[in-house]
Write a protein that binds this ligand. Sequence first.
Ligand SMILES: Nc1ncnc2c1ncn2[C@@H]1O[C@H](COP(=O)(O)OP(=O)(O)O)[C@@H](O)[C@H]1O
Ligand SMILES: [Mg+2]
Length: 324
Amino acid sequence: MSESIYVQNLTKRFENVEAVNGISFSVQQGELFGFLGPNGAGKTTTINMLTGLARPDSGAIRIGGLDCKVNPKAAQHLVGVVPDESNLYPELTGYDNLCFCAALYGIGKTERQTRARELLDIFDLAKAADRKFAGYSKGMKRKLTIAAGIIHRPSILFLDEPTTGIDVASARQLRQMIANLHQEGTTIFLTTHYIEEAERLCDRIAFIVSGRIVQIDTVAQLVQPIREKHVMRIACVNIPSGIHNKLAEAFPVLTFTVSNGGFIKVESGDPVQVGPLVRFLEDNGAEVSEARRVRPSLEDIFVSITGIEAGAMCKEKEKKGGGR
Ligand SMILES: Nc1ncnc2c1ncn2[C@@H]1O[C@H](COP(=O)(O)OP(=O)(O)O)[C@@H](O)[C@H]1O
Ligand SMILES: [Mg+2]
């Protein structure tokens, strides 16, 4: 398999912010590679540099084997880019937007009309083909933006937070479409702050925090160390103070994490016995509302490696009204 994207020691600084700080990775042909990180981590800046929209301060980029400093135009021709915010024309219809994008890529008139119709069908937008883009819902806008990004059948596709800020049904539909493109052999570089999305879709994931890659591996390898672990989540109406120390003393083989939200996480190398734990908690003044086993997931790995609470990623995004 050949290398579609190669990045070595890439750096970009904005005034006093190291937006991207010496990252290196490569993506193989046909791979779906995820860039997972919180708001402000440097995901968009990375995509902008890889697609020729921003100039790196230092580092090397090869796209489809082409050095982007030497052959920027040829490299750009291999890629499709779907920005986090739409770059389409509000006053044009969905159909005209697609035809216009196709024309920019030099696709002939008959072919671009056929291709536009085909994509409108695939993205379930045929009925809205003759409506102005401005009147589309957020989900429809995102779908048309992706359709425009693949109009010239690029072999490498960059998707910047494709499911952020759209309704659940559209997001699900989009994930399926991304999986289909992956199956058809397109190399995909996808940024997201949704851990589950990365886990479900990607072959390999890089965790990016404050401009640096802190971990990079296949999903299977990332979750391997915790697959054998037994994890239980106990929800309590109230958590008495000092309970952590009492639990640790009474159950020395278990590891406890007490969170502010009223949850106690219990981890162990062996199956956890629920009964004695719940009884102990209640004897010590806690009111247990639920205790259940949880399947360890990429989320646990992400939290343990980055120190970022999973919930904080989405909350931060919502606060900023969908992010940049
Ligand atoms: N054009 C810019 N000017 C100044 N600072 C920027 C610019 N673009 C991004 N940044 C800063 O660089 C950092 C990374 O931003 P960005 O790449 O947009 O992160 P992400 O896409 O992961 O949310 C942030 O601290 C952001 O504020
Ligand atoms: Mg971004």
